[in-house]
Design a protein around this ligand. Structure first.
Ligand code: DAH
Length: 337
């Protein structure tokens, strides 16, 4: 009979483990623990056993009953757990105001380029682009920059191989456009330029420039002054004054450095400008040698060109004292724009 009890125990455990529904569980309960169940029947047999076996059998049967009962209770709790709807996270109060995800925005340099672009677009200038990896011809020769010019030195330009380099100025786009188009031409060309400079507060090995070029019959220095004055007043404010200082660039003749009255101190002199004047760009009338390089008739057409550094313009406008801030991806800086 002992062996029989052990068989019943194993069978009951096995069946209880496989319970899948309350109905199955109830059937099992009746089968083992019910009034006419297996255990009750065994209990009823005890009086017919030899007297000396009765206490031992009674004890074993009681143990078995306890065991099956507790397993039955366990299975019942597990079943209830399975049927209870799963928690769906914290209760949502749909009447609360929403939480806005943080929104990014354009980098201040891109914003600066777009602001400048918009001003020139109003004056009929189109945006043009050229490659960052350039041929010496476009970066130097066609721009009338002689072989012995210091900027052609390895120390001043990143050469990739032989006559291939990273452009050191966006003036290259003047040539690329004039090669493809006949006048009238009015373009501005924003983009990256590269120079092997040691990085400090005012230098970076990569920065941005915007080149401008206007070529038509009858373009004069007066047009250059007018266009740049309109730009300076639109970008830096209506009372901005401008002055031209004679300078030299190989691709313009005459050439000038253009300064505006400081937009931060209104020309009084401050830590950003020093003298009250800030140099914002180089400019001049297109040198006839440049027209020759692209096959334009220098007797028929005249034009002006200018080039400005985007970082420098943004630094002057916003009073930023370190160019590295543009490239460090520090949100404390970027989120101010
Ligand atoms: N390319 C010159 C530079 O990188 C800037 C410049 C000066 C461009 C005078 C011009 C210009 O078109 O006329 O320093």
């Amino acid at each position: 009979m002992k062996a029989e009890l052990q068989g019943i125990k194993a069978e009951a455990e096995d069946e209880l483990r496989r319970i899948g529904s309350p109905d199955e569980l109830e059937t099992l309960r009746v089968k083992y623990l019910g009034r006419k169940g297996i255990l009750s029947e065994l209990l009823a047999k005890i009086p017919s056993l030899p007297a000396e076996q009765r206490p031992e059998m009674g004890r074993l049967l009681n143990e078995l009953k306890k065991d099956i009962t507790s397993r039955y209770e366990g299975a019942k709790t597990a079943l209830l757990d399975m049927q209870r709807p799963k928690a769906v996270g914290p209760v949502q109060d749909v009447t609360l105001p929403g939480r806005r995800p943080p929104l990014g925005h354009k980098h201040p340099l891109i914003q600066t380029i777009e602001d400048i672009k918009d001003i020139f677009a109003d004056m009929g200038f189109q945006v043009a682009f050229g490659p960052e990896v350039e041929l010496e011809f476009y970066n130097f020769e066609a721009l009338n920059i002689p072989l012995d010019h210091p900027s052609r030195d390895d120390f001043d330009t990143f050469y990739l191989k032989d006559d291939v380099l990273l452009r050191s100025q966006t003036s290259t786009v003047q040539i690329r456009i004039m090669e493809k188009q006949r006048p009238p031409i009015r373009i501005i060309a924003p983009g990256k330029v590269f120079r092997p400079d040691t990085v400090d507060a005012t230098h970076s090995f990569m920065f941005h420039q915007i080149e401008g070029l206007m070529v038509e019959e009858g373009v004069t220095f007066g047009h250059l002054k007018g266009v740049l004055a309109l730009f300076a007043q639109a970008y830096f404010g209506p009372d901005t004054r401008m002055r031209f200082r004679p300078s030299f660039f190989p691709f313009t003749e005459p050439s000038a450095e253009v300064e505006i009255s400081c937009s931060l101190c209104k020309g009084k002199g401050c830590s950003t400008c020093g003298s009250g004047w800030m140099e914002i760009l180089g400019a001049g009338m297109v040198d006839p040698n440049v027209f020759k390089a692209v096959g334009y008739d220098a007797e028929k057409y005249t034009g002006f060109a200018f080039g400005m550094g985007v970082e420098r313009i943004a630094m002057l406008k916003y009073g930023i004292d370190d160019i590295r801030l543009f490239f460090e991806n520090d949100m404390r800086f970027l989120s101010q724009f």
